[in-house]
Design a protein around this ligand. Structure first.
Ligand code: SF4
Length: 305
């Protein structure tokens, strides 16, 4: 029975066996219990039943069972090569620790459980975590992290793609000409930068402003999700194709995403053009104005407004 069971495990692709609920004595008894009469009537006794059934009975020698199965149990067992003893280390031999240093797998501050982002209690704590984040390689080339800024209780959150050169330099989101235009866009619906929260999908700048890669978005998204969970806004405005398509997990062109109220993790989301795109294409100012008015209407019609 045990052999059949092990063969099944091997056919299923397993190469190791961990008998975590059996003692060595249990297994020894099993090996000697192949012909035990108490189990003869059972079609599929479990390992535990096998062990229990023979625990108080006389069992045959396990070697006899294995010999019967064709195993040469009388051959000398090869011993593992002897391993040099680990030298004892005293506090005198190392300056700071009473034991020898081994392999360092990750920097001290690297998180043991990657999902710890979900447990961050405040936006400040999250910003500190972003500062030392190594979840993707963008931190290596960026000058500063740009976690986001604004009102921690904002009713409206603006989400862009990723920091650009100015943001990377200053560590602040939406600065420079595009940032000034965003301030004007918000003012058009009677909101100040201080009233809202402004951030990006990615918290570090991709080199040369290249498009973010899927693995970077995947690595960084938990920060944005946690920011939104902490802020609990009434509406999100996604600025630009990338932010909109990433948040909505779609390849639909921005022109078709605009003018609708979507949902992101249960929060209403409105899509519009990125202020940097408006600088290049002033014809998009009017549709952008309509989009922010839509966001304002969503805000005003939400409970508690
Ligand atoms: S971009 Fe995001 S995931 Fe990548 S290192 Fe920066 S904070 Fe971490």
């Amino acid at each position: 029975m045990l052999r059949r069971y092990l063969e099944q495990r091997r056919e299923l692709g397993e190469s190791e066996l961990v008998l975590d609920s059996l003692t060595v004595d249990d297994v020894m008894r099993l090996l000697g219990a192949v012909s035990h009469p108490a189990l003869a009537m059972k079609a599929r006794p479990s390992l535990r039943e096998l062990a229990n059934a023979v625990s108080s009975e006389e069992v045959q020698d396990w070697r006899a069972s294995l010999r019967g199965a064709g195993v040469n149990v009388d051959a000398p067992v090869s011993r593992a090569k002897s391993v040099a003893p680990i030298p004892e280390t005293s506090a005198e031999t190392t300056n700071e620790m009473p034991f020898k240093k081994g392999i360092v797998v990750a920097p001290e501050e690297a998180e043991l459980i990657p999902n710890a982002i979900e447990k961050l209690d405040s936006l400040e704590e999250l910003a500190r975590k972003v500062k030392r984040c190594t979840r993707c390689s963008l931190y290596e080339t960026a000058t500063n992290p740009v976690a986001g800024e604004g009102n921690p209780k904002a009713e409206l959150v603006c989400v862009g793609e990723a920091p650009g050169a100015k943001e990377d330099e200053t560590g602040r989101p939406f600065v420079g000409q595009a940032g000034q235009l965003l301030t004007k866009i918000l003012a058009a619906v009677k909101l100040t930068r201080e009233q809202v929260f402004i951030c990006n999908v990615l918290k570090h700048r991709p080199p040369g402003n290249r498009n973010p890669r899927p693995e970077e978005v995947e690595a960084c998204s938990p920060y944005l999700i946690r920011q939104l969970e902490l802020i609990k806004p009434k509406v999100i405005v996604a600025f630009g194709t990338f932010a909109a398509q990433t948040l909505l997990n779609t390849k639909t062109p921005i022109g078709q995403l605009r003018g609708l109220v979507h949902k992101y993790h249960g929060i209403p989301l409105v899509v519009t053009y990125h202020p940097a795109a408006l600088l290049r294409n002033p014809a998009w100012k009017r549709p952008t104005w309509e989009d922010v008015k839509l966001a304002r209407r969503v805000l005003d019609s939400s409970p508690g407004s």
